[in-house]
Design a protein around this ligand. Structure first.
Ligand code: 5GP
Length: 178
């Protein structure tokens, strides 16, 4: 595969951390009615790996949201493109996200899901870019804190490419120009 920039988190480091997160979640959700909610499409690979490290019965569902356009950016309103297939009332929800950047997406999603009366809501993200935060988001499980760089791989794309890289890479700015 063509070189796309500096590797920030290699495959082995990702695997090790995902395993740790899975073990932590297993301890915290013993005896609960766990539903993993993956945010499409970026969280698919992380959620797939993470779910295999959680040694508990659980269910999975997915949501797809639009990235906010210029007019909605400040309000943080996110359009739901695909809603959940299941009711979440009384369930213990764990939102699984690829990366928290401004926090606008998760801030909106948490409010939206809270109104459906789950028993609990927590957030697990693979990557956290705290330098870019615009609204506070309470993240319960963080894979890695990363600097303010545009990253790809392990589910994250640039123009729909690079999601299948087994590592996280900083996108070489030269790629933008192509
Ligand atoms: P937020 O609402 O927190 O600003 O943005 C969350 C979404 O923006 C993520 O789910 C992801 O799709 C996208 N995003 C934010 N930072 C990056 C990045 O560095 N690389 C990629 N590929 N997507 C990003």
């Amino acid at each position: 595969m063509e070189s796309i920039g500096k590797v920030l988190i290699d495959k082995e480091t990702l695997e090790r951390r995902v395993k740790e997160l899975g073990e932590e979640i297993t301890e915290d959700y013993r005896g609960k009615d766990l539903l993993l909610i993956g945010i499409l499409k970026g969280a698919v690979i992380f959620m797939s790996d993470l779910s295999k490290e959680i040694s508990l019965p659980l269910a999975m569902d997915f949501m797809a949201v639009s990235s906010y356009g210029a007019s909605t950016r400040s309000s943080g309103v996110v359009r739901i493109l695909k809603d959940l297939d299941t009711e979440i009332e009384g369930k213990d929800i764990l939102i699984v996200e690829d990366i928290v950047d401004t926090g606008l997406t998760l801030h909106y999603l948490c409010k939206n899901l809270q109104s459906r009366k789950p028993n609990s809501i927590k957030i697990c993200c693979c990557l956290d870019k705290p330098a870019r935060r615009k609204v506070p988001v309470d993240i319960d499980y963080v894979g890695f804190e990363i600097p303010d760089e545009y990253v790809v791989g392990y589910g994250l794309d640039y123009a729909e490419r690079y999601r299948n890289l087994p590592y996280i890479s900083i996108l070489d700015p030269e790629i933008y120009k192509k």
